[in-house]
Design a protein around this ligand. Sequence first.
Ligand SMILES: NC(=O)c1ccc[n+]([C@@H]2O[C@H](COP(=O)([O-])OP(=O)(O)OC[C@H]3O[C@@H](n4cnc5c(N)ncnc54)[C@H](OP(=O)(O)O)[C@@H]3O)[C@@H](O)[C@H]2O)c1
Length: 334
Amino acid sequence: MTDIAREVVLARPALSLPVAADFTLVDRAVTPPEGEGWLRVRPLFLSLDPYIGARLRGRHMGERAPVPGETLPGFCVAEVEESRAPAFVAGDRVVVEAGWTDVAWVRSEDARRVSTDIAPSLHLSVLGMPGLTAWAGMTQLAKTGTGDVLTVNAAAGTVGGVAGQITKNLGGHAIGIAGGPEKCALVVDRYGFDACADYRGDDWETRLVSAVGDGSTIHHENVGAGQLAIGIRLLRPYGRVVLCGLADHYHADAGPAVTAIGPIVGKRAQVFGLVVYDFYPRWAEWTALAEPWVKAGRLTIAEDIGEGLDAAPRQIERLMRGENVGKTLIKIDG
Ligand SMILES: NC(=O)c1ccc[n+]([C@@H]2O[C@H](COP(=O)([O-])OP(=O)(O)OC[C@H]3O[C@@H](n4cnc5c(N)ncnc54)[C@H](OP(=O)(O)O)[C@@H]3O)[C@@H](O)[C@H]2O)c1
């Protein structure tokens, strides 16, 4: 059966930070592929992530930029409607890079089956790639444990929010940094951080220093060189630094992220670069730890949801501007 897919595509090459006008919606005939090993999937939610801005310009991990009119790459949680692969049946729920579309045929080996007894959107946030990133940074690189004091920025977002909740669940303290009072309230009241400093507010560094007290033992960087310098300054000797994201440097016209190495030497700090791809083979370890926390209410995330693919251009612009509060998603079906 040939489907008519609703898709979001680039209307023009993305030369700068993406804005809504860079995208357009099209209807496209999707013909079933020949042969075995295919799944016909119906996406429930599409994940929008900060790396997309760089990916659309061909500046992400060597991946080529999509051309106007082409299906945009993006991960979805989806329901299998038809399976031509023995490992899957209709009704399975999977996470797969189906693209910005409401129906697709995907290779079965590219699909990861996920549980159906948890809200589907969580497989793109706390249990998905950003959650795995936080797990890798906190437990595999920084090796957080009892008594650690974490500072983490973009703390209302998935990576930052989950990093802090992991630290708290494993016996440490978490101090967030976020942009605006709404985000900071979320970080403390819902995510359970000990404190959160609003870097848009007056005298915010003084309030951060007082929240951190005797110094931090781990700094997790999601934003860029400016806040990294502050994180390193607050670190105790022999602290650990996880370099995860550069949300403030992804703009096409932004300069490179540059940081002074003297303070790193002075603090005898260990600095870890993090690429989540390295941890994809270990997804089951994170799921085994995280699912019970989710079910017990000890791991949560706010969701910033756009309804329908029509909302995707506006949602990606919000995310690129840092206006999102929590995990940015498009609800497609379900
Ligand atoms: N290394 C890896 O493998 C890996 C994997 C996944 C994600 N990451 C990175 O981890 C970071 C957090 O990811 P996430 O998915 O949880 O995203 P997110 O926190 O939901 O969104 C990014 C946040 O960055 C902050 N930000 C600060 N300056 C910004 C600017 N100039 N433009 C846009 N945003 C700005 C904003 O929060 P505030 O308003 O609170 O500052 C914004 O909400 C990102 O840098 C992402 O690229 C890295």
